[in-house]
Design a protein around this ligand. Structure first.
Ligand SMILES: Cc1cc2nc3c(=O)[nH]c(=O)nc-3n(C[C@H](O)[C@H](O)[C@H](O)COP(=O)(O)O)c2cc1C
Ligand SMILES: C=C(O[C@@H]1CC(C(=O)O)=C[C@@H](OP(=O)(O)O)[C@H]1O)C(=O)O
Length: 390
């Protein structure tokens, strides 16, 4: 399976085209809209989220609530577009407006794509860069990911996400509740934090950062239960499923790091405290007595829950901007200010969840390829039985 996205942040719409879905999979708008709405929530977001109410228009590949096996096109309109038609060049301008338009963005924001993107593509107006480098694009990544999440859920695979840390305040999770419970808590919490105390502190810190014209980042965690063992491969670098997940996480705007299970802690412990002992029983087949490695050995799923975390840096646009240089005059200036979030970690958790869902669904489809969804169901079930009895 693959997908492409297109669209500018303040253009008319965002689009994703998915190729390679099996035919006969149930899919309706609400499967996608519920996930889009989750991405829009979360303490710390700017005014844009009040303007948008992201809903999908499925324009191809689905009839009467079932996939056809043909490309699925998902379109999400930008409500904000109507305020930007002139700036985005969709309307002819009079002289005054033209003069106004000469206020091009020439002072790159440290930490955003502005300067690198401008010099790469030769844009003197950095709006040409920020329109596409904006995380607005994650809307349709979530749309595509929600189709993958639907496929996973029909195969009995559950996935959720939550916030582990914001601005250095860490959620103190002694024991994870069952995954259905985690889904509910993270949905209800304004920072998607499973620990209510830490959640409140995180919100206070976000408010403080906002008041100071600053921004903060954090750590999100994605948890998956029900993946059959043996998905992915050890035989080649580009077939290792943990590597694909790592790439998907780091591809999210502002994500700088990734870890599985106990992650970086593994560097500070002896092997006897890291590797998960293997056991077997009739109901579950092989299982691990612990899950320090977060569901992967040798680039393949172990059948244990997948636990993957991603690190998001603070948002680069600052209302108290950092020093930069004007690319026209080469004089030092403070960076330009665009309307901005002060913290988008809770939203980014939902994006990470969908990025992971996509990679897992895609791996299942390449390993158990099926033109018909029913065949996929049967083959995945066969793999589970085979693994249990192996
Ligand atoms: C959900 C989400 C919302 C974001 N909102 C903003 C924002 O309002 N302002 C901003 O400057 N960056 C925001 N970012 C981060 C930038 O998009 C990102 O830093 C930029 O594209 C540069 O890419 P890089 O940080 O991966 O190098 C957001 C990221 C995510 C995931
Ligand atoms: C629009 C979204 O996030 C945007 C991501 C973003 C950036 O620079 O990445 C900058 C802001 O854009 P705007 O200036 O239009 O408010 C965010 O709002 C979204 O998540 O849907």
């Amino acid at each position: 399976m693959r997908y492409l996205t297109s669209g500018e942040s303040h253009g008319p719409q965002l689009t994703a085209i998915i190729e390679g879905l099996p035919a006969g999979m149930p899919l309706v708008d609400s499967d996608i809209n519920e996930e889009l709405s989750r991405r829009q929530k979360g303490h710390g977001r700017g005014r844009r989220m009040q303007i948008e109410k992201d809903t999908v228009n499925i324009t191809s590949g689905v009839r009467h609530g079932y996939t056809l096996g043909s490309p699925v096109c998902l379109a999400v309109e930008n409500n904000d577009w109507k305020h930007w038609t002139k700036i985005m060049g969709a309307e002819p301008l009079n002289e005054d407006e033209l003069a106004e338009m000469k206020r091009v963005i020439s002072r790159p924001r440290p930490g955003h794509a502005d300067l690198n993107g401008a010099l790469k593509y030769g844009h003197r107006d950095m709006r040409n860069v920020l329109e596409r480098s904006s995380a607005r694009e994650t809307t349709v990544r979530v749309a595509a990911g929600s189709v993958a999440k639907k496929l996973l859920s029909l195969l009995g695979i559950k996935i959720t996400s939550h916030v582990r840390e914001i601005g250095g305040i860490s959620a103190d999770i002694k024991e994870y509740p069952p995954i259905d419970e985690m889904m509910k808590i993270s949905e209800a919490s304004p920072v998607r934090c499973l620990d209510e105390n830490a959640g409140q502190k995180m919100m206070n810190l976000i408010d403080e950062a906002k008041q100071n014209g600053d921004s903060i980042g954090g750590i999100v965690e994605v948890i998956v239960e029900g993946m059959p063992p043996g998905v992915g491969s050890y035989v080649h670098y580009d077939r290792k499923l943990d590597a694909k997940l790592a790439s998907a996480i780091v591809s999210i705007n502002a994500f700088k790091g990734v870890e599985f299970g106990i992650g970086f802690q593994a560097a500070r412990k002896p092997g006897s405290e890291v590797h998960d002992e293997i056991a077997w029983n009739e109901t579950d087949g092989y299982y691990r007595k612990s899950n320090n490695l977060g569901g992967f050995e040798g680039g393949m799923t172990t059948g244990m829950p997948i636990v993957v975390r991603g690190v998001m840096k603070p948002i680069p646009t600052l209302y108290k901007p950092l020093q930069s240089v004007d690319i026209e005059t080469k004089e030092p200036f403070t960076a330009s200010i665009e309307r901005s979030d002060s913290c988008a970690v809770p939203a980014a958790a939902v994006v990470a969840e969908h990025a992971v869902a996509w990679e897992l669904a895609s791996a299942l489809m390449s390993q158990f390829y099926a033109d018909r969804f029913e065949t996929l169901l049967e083959t995945v079930e066969m793999q589970r039985t085979y693994a249990r009895e192996f």
